[in-house]
Design a protein around this ligand. Structure first.
Ligand code: AMP
Length: 565
């Protein structure tokens, strides 16, 4: 297929901000790629399935070089254009467009296959001397690209297509194309089925193929491949928890660590994924060891919390203490000594060739008890009571807080496991803390003694649980420290965000929405100036959440609830 065809679709998508129109454009196009289902990745500017963590590793700097080389102009000129247009895709379109006119139109046409082939080579290239090779693959594409094609090649490489298509819209397009629902009710059923299939597969190609052949139910869990985790709404108090999950119910410590799905694949290899589907196996060698030596089973998927503890006193620490381990690529063994983690297992969703997602929670818990050999400070089961007695739960709640944990989880005994869903099979119960996880979408350079740092951050929540659209909720500029050793600093945040800059406008930058932060606030107010319709009063950055992705941030519904409470 000509790449120009997919670029026409991108242009049409860019031309409308309406979700329904986008769905329509995509649904029609899906028919054209039915025999090439993997092209579906490109519609969200991706090259691989969502569970696949391969990264292209191409910076803005590298793209500037590639554009300069392809267009035969200086890098300084490309940078000037970038300052003016604020998007390297548009820069490529402009400078290569001019070039093409002079050269005539004799180049070979660019195909989608060729774009995929070249860009998929990029993650394989690592280490010294590979920069030139990477530039080479991109330049090769730019040489045979038209102006519009160059724009989208560059945006795809940078991981930001700017056509406003998230998982939700693509899912709806699959529903529309494959099932042609008769009415709203029918549509709802299909959307649910496709979403559930996606949460299991985390691969749009597989979902698309199965939906086309009406075999969504054939999508199976596979240990070794990340899966969307089940999510939990909040309960107001113990009675509210019982009301949601039924009586009697299981109550467990809510540990203050970070969620990990520990997989033992059919090959026997242990792999660890965060709830944002990131593979963190290398960062946590001790978890691999404990699982290999303490869990019985040929293959499995365990849902767990990794909790930090003080190596000297043995006391549990908070999430902040171990959060740096998640992104750490070097010095792993020292980190392991300094900031050890204990694996707390609270669920199992797959064991020895069988999916357990339809099995009742109480049975799954029994299975966990059967296969995990506990050893303190290595691998343990979540502390649990099963009761109908509210007083007993209150006492357990106090005990959890005394033990430095966040509160309790209340769990329905006969509930199945629902990947990716927040439907109240379990609830969280913690003291009112009024903070939200939000994503940074932009920032502003400071002045005076804070010059050289990004000091004010634009934050956004999500439109809904399934829709990827981000809605602004204001700015936050307090909570960070000026000195490195006092906690999360402006310098550190600047280093992280600088790599994600998409657009520069004076002192303001737009960044790729990847950095998740917990933001504390006093209360929520209505605000017509923010897209979400809300603003946080006295917002303050509490911490980075490197274990989370955009799919984990607060939804506008949750914000609204807070405004009403
Ligand atoms: P929150 O992060 O506030 O949405 O709370 C949900 C998170 O609590 C889950 O994603 C887990 O990471 C964590 N958690 C801690 N202990 C448990 C437990 N016993 N069962 C389930 N989740 C737990």
């Amino acid at each position: 297929m000509d790449y120009s065809r997919i670029c026409e679709v991108y242009t049409a998508l860019e031309g409308t901000s309406k979700g329904l129109e986008k769905t329509d454009i995509l649904a029609r196009f899906l028919g054209e790629i039915r025999s090439n289902p993997e092209f579906i990745y490109l519609l969200r500017g991706k090259l691989f399935a969502d569970y696949d963590n391969r990264e292209l590793g191409v910076s803005h700097q590298l793209i500037i070089k590639a554009i300069s080389r392809a267009a035969g102009i200086s890098e300084a000129k490309v940078v000037d254009e970038f300052k003016e247009l604020g998007d390297l895709g548009s820069v490529a379109e402009k400078v290569l467009g001019g070039k093409k006119k002079q050269k005539g139109l004799f180049e070979e046409r660019l195909s989608v296959e060729k774009v995929l082939e070249n860009l998929r080579k990029l993650p394989e290239l690592e280490g010294k001397g590979t920069v030139d090779l990477k530039i080479g693959y991109v330049v090769d594409l730019l040489h045979s690209a038209s102006a519009a094609e160059a724009k989208y090649v560059v945006r795809t490489v940078l991981g930001d297509l700017k056509v406003g298509v998230g998982t939700g819209i693509l899912r709806d397009a699959i529903v529309m194309y494959c099932f042609e629902p008769k009415d709203l009710e029918d549509k709802k059923v299909c959307v649910k089925a496709v979403q559930e299939a996606y949460d299991k597969a985390t691969d749009m190609r597989e979902v698309f193929e199965r939906a086309c052949s009406n075999e969504l139910e054939k999508i199976k869990l596979l240990p070794g491949k990340p899966l969307k985790v089940m999510l939990f709404p909040k309960a107001k108090d113990v009675e509210d928890a019982f009301r949601i999950v039924g009586r009697p119910a299981a109550f467990e410590y809510k540990y203050d660590g970070f969620r990990v799905m520990v997989n033992k694949a059919e090959s026997g290899e242990v792999k660890i994924f965060t709830r944002a589907l990131e593979n963190v196996t290398k960062q946590f060698p001790e978890i691999v060891e404990y699982v290999e030596s303490h869990v019985r089973g040929e293959n499995f998927i365990l849902d767990c919390e990794a909790v930090g503890f003080d190596a000297k006193t043995g006391e549990y620490t908070d999430f902040q203490a171990i959060s740096q381990r998640i992104r750490r690529k070097y010095g792993i063994s020292e980190m392991r000594q300094e900031l050890p983690v204990e694996l707390v297992v609270f669920d199992v969703v797959y064991l020895d060739g069988n999916s357990l997602i339809e099995t009742a929670f109480k049975e799954r818990r029994k299975t966990v008890e059967r296969i995990v050999r506990e050893e303190d400070k290595k691998i343990v089961l979540a502390k649990q009571i099963v009761t109908s007695d509210s007083d007993e739960v209150e006492r357990f709640y106090d005990e959890a807080l005394d033990d430095n944990q966040e509160g309790l989880m209340g769990k329905r005994l006969d509930a199945p496991y629902k990947p990716g869903a927040r439907i109240g099979h379990a609830v969280k119960l913690k003291p009112e803390d009024a903070d939200f996880d939000l994503v940074i979408t932009g920032a502003e350079w400071g002045t005076g003694k804070r010059a050289g740092w990004l000091t004010s951050f634009d934050i956004a929540c999500r439109e809904s649980e399934v829709e990827g659209k981000l809605l602004s909720i204001g700015k936050v500029s307090t909570g960070l420290k000026e000195l490195q050793d006092e906690g999360l600093s402006f310098g550190e945040m600047t280093d992280i965000l600088e790599k994600l800059v998409l657009k520069v406008e004076g002192r303001h930058v737009n960044v790729k929405p990847e950095v998740i932060i917990s933001v504390q606030f006093q209360n929520v107010q209505r605000s017509p100036t923010n897209l979400s319709g809300f603003a946080l009063r006295f917002p303050r950055i509490l911490r980075l959440r490197p274990d989370r992705g955009v799919g984990d941030i607060a939804t506008v519904g949750e914000v609204e609830k807070e405004a009403g409470s």
